[in-house]
Design a protein around this ligand. Structure first.
Ligand code: ADP
Length: 451
C-alpha cells in the first residue's frame, strides 16, 4: 500500500481524499494555489504545498507544478479528485512515467472514453444504445444540416472533448444550428483546445440516470447501482439520489449491465460513471463516461456501504476488488443536495466571505464540506461549498430528513442554493418522484429557460 499520496485538487474533494487517506493510514499531501492559502482544510493534511497563483491554469491545471510538488513531497501516488486534471490522459501518463501512480483509470481507457464521440462508437460496438446522433464528428455545416433534416429538430451540438456543459448548444432550426455550430466550436476550442463537435437528437423530456462502476486491474468490473441526477440547472446537477424513483427493475438492471459491458470493453479500472438519458418510455441511451470519482459519489456510498475513495486507492495500489457483484447491496434511499455559492434565482456565482456557517446534523445526515465561518469563497473556481446528504429506509423518510436539515442550515454573507433546495423539497412533483432534466427550469425558474 502507498505511504503518501498527493491530492491535486482543492475544496471539498481535497478534504474527502485527505479523510480517505487517513482512514487507510496513509499520509496526505495537499497542493494549493495562492487563492486557497490559509484555507482551513489544508491544516488537516500532513503537508500542504503552494503550486502557483490563483488562476487554475497557473496552478491546479499545471501538470509540471503538481509533479514537482509530488517529487518534493516524495509521494507514491497522486489523487486528482474531479475536474481539473482528473480526466487528462496525458497527465496520468506523466505521473506514471515519473514513477508516481495516478489514482484513476489506465491512460488508454481515458483516451478512448474521454472523447465522447469515440465512447459512442464503442457503446454501439458492444450493443449499448446511444442517443441518435451524427455518424461521427461533424466537419461541415452542410453535414450538420443534413443530419438535422434527417432526424428532425431540435438537435444538440456537443463538443467531443466536452464537460461541464461547455460547447453544448440546442438548435431548433437551421439558423440556430449554423450559429450554434460556430459558437460551440469556439467555446470547445477555448475550453478544451479541441473544436471537434458532433450532433445528437435533443430529447425534450429525459431523465439523467448514471451508473457507478468499480473495476480492478484483473479486468473485474462491478456496478454499484444507479443515481438519478435529473434535478439540474444549466445542464448541471443540483440533486442526486439513489435508487432512481419509479425505474422498473428490468430497466434498472439493463442500464447497470450496459455500464459494466461498456467499461469492461474499454479495459477500464478504478472508479467511473456511465451516464445515460432515459426517455418517458423508459428507453435508455448512453451519453458519456466520467473517468473519475464524481461529486455525487457519496450517494452511492450511503446506499451500498462501500467507501469509493478508499476503493480507488486500493485499486491503484494493485489490490483486486474485495467483492463480487452479488456482494453489492443497495439499502434504503440516499439523496444529495449540492450547496453552491450562487444566487438561487439567477444561478450566478456568489463568492465572498461566509460571515456565519451553521451546518445541520443529527440522525441520517452527512455533510461533506471544507468551509467554516469566516471562510472566503474564492471567485476563481467552481462554486460548490458543501454536499448535504441524507440516508433513510424510504424516499419519503429521506425527503423529510432533508427538509429538516435544509431548515437547520444557516449560511450568511453569501448567497447559496439552499433556498432553491428548500423549494424543490416542497414541490409535489419532486416529492412524487416525477422528475426530468428540465424540471427546475420549467417548474421553478421559468425565467431562466434558455430555449
Ligand atoms: P457535460 O459532460 O458537458 O456535462 P453531458 O453529455 O454529460 O455534458 O450532458 C449534461 C446534461 O445535458 C445531461 O444531464 C442532460 O441534462 C443534457 N443532455 C445531454 N445530452 C442530451 C440530449 N441528447 N438530449 C437532451 N438533453 C441532453
Amino acid at each position: 500500500m502507498f505511504q503518501r499520496i498527493l491530492i491535486a485538487n482543492r475544496g471539498e474533494v481535497a478534504l474527502r481524499v485527505i479523510r480517505a487517506c487517513h482512514d487507510l493510514g496513509i499520509e496526505a499531501v495537499v497542493v494549493y494555489s495562492e487563492a486557497d492559502r490559509g484555507a482551513p482544510y489544508l491544516r488537516l493534511a500532513d503537508q500542504a504545498i503552494c503550486i502557483g497563483p490563483a488562476a487554475a491554469t497557473e496552478s491546479y491545471l499545471k501538470p509540471a507544478n503538481i509533479i514537482k510538488a509530488a517529487e518534493m513531497a516524495n509521494v507514491n501516488a497522486i489523487h486528482p479528485g474531479y475536474g481539473f486534471l482528473s480526466e487528462k490522459a496525458d497527465f496520468a501518463h506523466m505521473c506514471r512515467a515519473c514513477g508516481i501512480e495516478f489514482i484513476g483509470p489506465p491512460e488508454e481507457a481515458m483516451r478512448r472514453l474521454g472523447d465522447k464521440n469515440e465512447a459512442r462508437k464503442l457503446a454501439k460496438q458492444v450493443g449499448v444504445p446511444v442517443v441518435p446522433g451524427s455518424e461521427g464528428l461533424v466537419e461541415s455545416d452542410k453535414e450538420a444540416l443534413a443530419f438535422a433534416e434527417a432526424v428532425g429538430y431540435p438537435v444538440l451540438i456537443k463538443a467531443a472533448a466536452g464537460g461541464g456543459g461547455k460547447g453544448m448548444r440546442i438548435a431548433r432550426n437551421e439558423m440556430t444550428l449554423i450559429s450554434g455550430l460556430n459558437a460551440a466550436r469556439q467555446e470547445a476550442q477555448s475550453a478544451f483546445k479541441d473544436s471537434s463537435i458532433y450532433l445528437e437528437k435533443y430529447l425534450e423530456i429525459a431523465r439523467h440516470i448514471e451508473v457507478q462502476i468499480l473495476g480492478d486491474r484483473n479486468g473485474e468490473v462491478v456496478h454499484l447501482w444507479e443515481r438519478e441526477c435529473s434535478m439540474q440547472r444549466k445542464h448541471q446537477k443540483l440533486v442526486e439520489e439513489s435508487p432512481a424513483p419509479h425505474l422498473p427493475t428490468s430497466v434498472r438492471e439493463a442500464i447497470c449491465d450496459a455500464a459494466v459491458r461498456l467499461t469492461k470493453a474499454a479495459g477500464y479500472y478504478n472508479a467511473g460513471t456511465c451516464e445515460f438519458l432515459v426517455d418517458p418510455q423508459n428507453r435508455f441511451y448512453f451519453i458519456e463516461v466520467n473517468a473519475r470519482i464524481q461529486v455525487e459519489h457519496p450517494v452511492t456510498e450511503l446506499v451500498t456501504g462501500v467507501d469509493l475513495v478508499r476503493e480507488q486507492i486500493r485499486i491503484a495500489a494493485g489490490e483486486p476488488l474485495r467483492f463480487q457483484q452479488s456482494d453489492i447491496e443497495h439499502r434504503g434511499c440516499a439523496i444529495e443536495c449540492r450547496i453552491n455559492a450562487e444566487d438561487s434565482q439567477t444561478f450566478r456565482p456568489s463568492p465572498g466571505t461566509i460571515s456565519h456557517w451553521q451546518p445541520p446534523g443529527g440522525p441520517g445526515v452527512r455533510l461533506d464540506s471544507h468551509v467554516i465561518t469566516g471562510y472566503k469563497v474564492p471567485s476563481y473556481y467552481d462554486s460548490l461549498i458543501a454536499k448535504l446528504l441524507v440516508h433513510q429506509p424510504t424516499r419519503a423518510d429521506a425527503i423529510a430528513v432533508m427538509r429538516r436539515a435544509l431548515a437547520e442550515f444557516r449560511v450568511e454573507g453569501i448567497h447559496t442554493t439552499i433556498a432553491l433546495h428548500r423549494e424543490i423539497f416542497n414541490t409535489s412533483a419532486f416529492v412524487d418522484g416525477r422528475v426530468d432534466t428540465k424540471f427546475v427550469e420549467r417548474v421553478l425558474r421559468p425565467e431562466t429557460q434558455s430555449n
